[in-house]
Design a protein around this ligand. Structure first.
Ligand SMILES: [Zn+2]
Length: 259
């Protein structure tokens, strides 16, 4: 039998207070009990090394189990992790990183300038959290198509990303049928309704018959919908040439959760 934290005096000093953060979606647009708090405020506790193992296990990571495990232990207000928007999940990774490891993150970067060497740079994760872009809860993700039909969309969700990953896993090259399946999957899972109709099967049949210009109009909106949350790149000053360089942060848990 495991000792409960209250019964075991050794556990007391491991129970750090953690911190309260606001999800960049502000909890707006969730209506299936995904987050049990007002305005997307969540209390985030440090991750134990054992929980971190789940997050770094590719099988668990890509079937969504790891996020469930981590939320259960560290972010109790999140009740349905796989229903979260992908951008809220990205923000959670920043929160967990800060709470568990502190505000600084070291990355190794080699610039493309002549004679550049590999250097270690410090990224201020705390500042990136402060500068995170919030979703305006009044935003309407609506598109009017060329034929007058009205499409309502929502930002990409974590379970969608997991499903898309699984659809394409272990495929060296996508066939024409794979590409078609991806397009239809993307459209149908991001569309809330068309002309007020929410029936999945009807939306799928409809999506299959769209023209390219119609598809493009929806895709433009899909790209704009995820323009919030934490930045995924940061600017560094190259130590060899002094130029400012924009670098992509390695946000996958395998490299993001390291000392
Ligand atoms: Zn350089």
């Amino acid at each position: 039998m495991e000792n409960t934290p209250t019964a075991n005096p050794l556990m007391q000093k491991l129970k750090l207070p953690g911190r309260v953060f606001q999800l960049p979606s502000r909890g707006a647009l969730y209506n299936n009990g995904e987050v049990a708090s007002a305005e997307g405020e969540v209390h985030v506790h440090a991750m134990s090394a054992l929980t971190e193992i789940n997050l770094k296990n590719p099988d668990q990571l890509f079937n969504g189990k790891a996020l469930e495990e981590v939320c259960r232990e560290c972010v109790p207000e999140i009740k349905k992790p796989s229903g979260l928007f992908g951008r809220d999940v990205d923000a959670l990774m920043f929160f967990l990183r800060v709470v568990t490891y502190g505000p600084q993150f070291e990355i190794n970067v080699k610039h493309t300038c002549e004679g550049a060497k590999n250097h270690s740079y410090t990224v201020d994760i705390e500042r990136m959290i402060q500068e995170m872009k919030f979703l305006d809860p009044t935003t309407k993700f609506e598109v009017n198509l060329q034929n007058g039909q009205k499409v309502v969309l929502h930002p990409v969700k974590f379970d969608h990303m997991i499903k898309l990953f699984q659809m394409n896993a272990n495929k060296q090259e996508l066939s024409a049928d794979d590409v078609k399946a991806n397009i239809i999957f993307n459209l149908t899972s991001l569309i809330e309704s068309v002309d007020g109709i929410t029936d999945r099967a009807q939306i799928e049949d409809w999506a299959k018959a769209l023209t390219t210009p119609m598809q493009n109009r929806i895709t433009e909106m899909i790209e704009k919908m995820n323009d919030w949350g934490p930045a995924t790149t940061t600017k560094l000053k190259c130590r060899d040439c002094g130029e400012e360089v924009e670098v992509e942060l390695p946000l996958n848990p395998i490299s993001f959760f390291t000392e």
